[in-house]
Design a protein around this ligand. Structure first.
Ligand code: PFF
Length: 442
């Protein structure tokens, strides 16, 4: 097919894809954003709406991305060039590549903070500090340009090292090591958190739906968070789908990734909510929750330093397997479309994202702004584009034919056609309109 076939790769097995796909999906979004947003939007009530968004809307988009990628065996730009040659659809792929750069740039900055906090917590930097001093440590750390840019550089460097190893030898190999590690650390933290004296209040908050805290904004937040968390809308799943074999079952692969992602987000809430309530902290503390509120809690528990260090290792591990999938999108574009070697493609993709992240490393406002543009609007527009493309341009019947490769008994083609032609585009358009009306929803 294409010249750089030898530079492209393929997963060694369905399990390889599931680990890499779940590695992409499970990230800062699950462990940092999900419990924060759930805390602000009524706990269990939010989780319920979130589940509906995943099942009714996001799964259809994920299957669409995987089908596109596997069918064309190309990066997002290549997919549209192959399936709709000579049309403007290729700009949707270009938006995906640019979004990859945009998200990678600020994601790596926050991931760098988590890595810095692994060392800070391990070294006991928070011991004997009061809440105000802990808040000052965070602001001093994030506003120190050398530390902030340095940690961003180290994190992006690690990501690039994994990507140099290729699809099987880098992404899959590391995802298979890091995802089980992540699960073990998370389960240990959940056990510690739910057995704290006073954890019951947090469990009640998280398990008993508070419908009155659920507003229109919460629904917008749930849908937006679900798209971000499942890595949809910028072509990550197109790219990872392009490394799938025709023998693999797309429906069950997507089902596994979505279930692992959702299960881990919910588990992260079990690690965080009981701990917050046990110490009378604020579940709606927002972005400072992880870096300011939790170190206060770790200060107060037995072996807190160890659990605190484990928590930041968890965040770093979750972040690196996501960041590799984000940087892989521009890298795959360079390999396929510019016929570059993997080494050169990863260097340009990762190096470019590092440079683009410097302003976010220097200014929290700029970081927030990048998140709004790329983490919210671009992903929503990209997901809408994928649904319209698969539902109406390429055609639901072609998508169904692709799904049936590796799943000949697939019997839900009518339901899938309805989901991708109507349900997904209508609800994602509504999401876009609502986000314009309530820009601070999530
Ligand atoms: N899903 C990742 C998270 O929850 O942190 C973030 C992400 C990865 C977003 C890949 C978009 C993407 F394409």
């Amino acid at each position: 097919m294409n010249a750089p076939d030898n530079e492209r790769g393929i997963w060694s097995s369905k399990l390889g894809f599931i680990m890499a796909g779940a590695g992409s999906a499970v990230g800062l979004g699950n462990i940092w954003r999900f419990p924060t947003i759930a805390g602000q939007n009524g706990g269990a009530a939010f989780v319920f709406v979130y589940l509906l968004s995943v099942i009714l809307i996001c799964l259809a988009v994920m299957i669409a991305e995987l089908a596109l990628g596997r069918h064309a065996q190309r990066n997002p730009v290549g997919v549209y060039k192959t399936l709709a040659p000579g049309t403007a659809w290729k700009y949707l792929g270009i938006l995906g590549v640019l979004t990859g750069w945009g998200i990678a740039s600020f994601y790596s900055v926050v991931a760098g903070w988590t890595l810095g906090y692994v060392f800070k917590t391990a070294a006991g930097a928070f011991i004997n500090l009061g809440p105000d001093e802990i808040a000052t440590v965070f602001s001093d750390f994030t506003t120190n340009p050398v530390l902030s840019i340095g940690c961003h550089a180290i994190f992006m460097g690690l990501t690039m090292l994994i990507l140099y190893g290729g699809v099987k030898g880098g992404i899959e190999r590391w995802s298979k090591i890091l995802m089980p590690l992540l699960l073990v650390i998370l389960v240990l933290l959940v056990v510690r958190s739910v057995t704290l004296p006073g954890a019951g209040k947090g469990l009640a908050f998280y398990l008993k739906p508070n419908w009155s805290a659920l507003t229109g904004k919460s629904v917008v937040a749930a849908m937006g968070q679900a798209l971000f968390s499942l890595s949809l809308g910028m072509g990550t799943m197109i790219t990872y789908g392009s490394y799938l074999s025709r023998k693999d079952n797309l429906i069950s692969s997507a089902g596994w990734v979505a279930s692992l992602d959702t299960g881990i987000a919910i588990l992260a809430g079990f690690a965080i909510m009981p701990a917050i309530f046990a110490f009378d902290l604020d579940p709606a503390a927002g972005a400072g929750l992880i870096f300011v509120v939790l170190p206060n809690m770790f200060n107060k528990i037995f072996l807190g330093n160890l659990f605190g260090t484990g928590f930041f290792v968890l965040l770093s591990v979750a972040a690196v397997t996501s960041l590799i999938s984000i940087v892989e999108v521009p890298a795959a574009y360079f390999i396929d479309e510019w016929k570059m070697s993997r080494k050169k493609a990863v260097t340009i993709a990762g190096g470019g994202a590092f440079l683009a992240g410097i302003p976010a490393a220097l200014s929290g406002n700029f970081l927030d702004w990048m998140n709004v543009i790329f983490g919210q609007y671009s992903l929503i527009i990209g997901s809408l584009g994928v649904a319209i493309f698969v539902g109406w341009q390429w055609g639901a019947s072609k998508a169904n034919a692709e799904i049936m490769q590796g799943n000949p008994k697939f019997s839900a083609s009518t339901a899938y056609a309805f989901a991708i032609r109507f349900m997904a585009p209508v609800s994602i358009t509504a999401l876009l309109i609502c986000l314009i009306l309530f820009p601070d929803a999530f």
